[in-house]
Design a protein around this ligand. Structure first.
Ligand code: ZN
Length: 103
């Protein structure tokens, strides 16, 4: 998966379209990302003995990677991600708009 934890992303689809946030957690298997402040859902919880209070809590839910674009930390544009191999053989991500190495 192209997106990782701590990436800055721009949401391009869904109810939070246009918002920016930081990836808090990546779920490569599901191709989903948990993004700070994005895709809040209400969850109804029941009290589990004394451990948890009953009520409605709002929390972020993971969104699909195709609903976001990476914000390049070099040129600040929402961009597609490319890959390149460095001379030492490491595979790095590059920004398709400015060509800079992202990580
Ligand atoms: Zn860039």
């Amino acid at each position: 998966m192209k997106n990782r934890k701590n990436d800055s992303v721009l949401v391009i689809a869904g109810k939070d379209k246009g918002k920016k946030g930081k990836v808090r957690f990546a779920y490569p298997k599901d191709e989903r990302l948990l993004v700070e402040g994005i895709n809040f859902i209400k969850r109804h919880t029941r009290a589990v003995r004394q451990l948890r209070q009953a009520g409605i809590i709002e929390r972020e839910a993971p969104i699909h990677v195709s609903d976001v674009m990476l914000l390049c930390n070099k040129c600040n544009h929402p961009t597609r991600i490319g890959f390149r191999y460095l001379q030492d053989g490491r595979k790095v991500r590059i920004c398709r708009s400015c060509g800079e190495v992202i990580d």
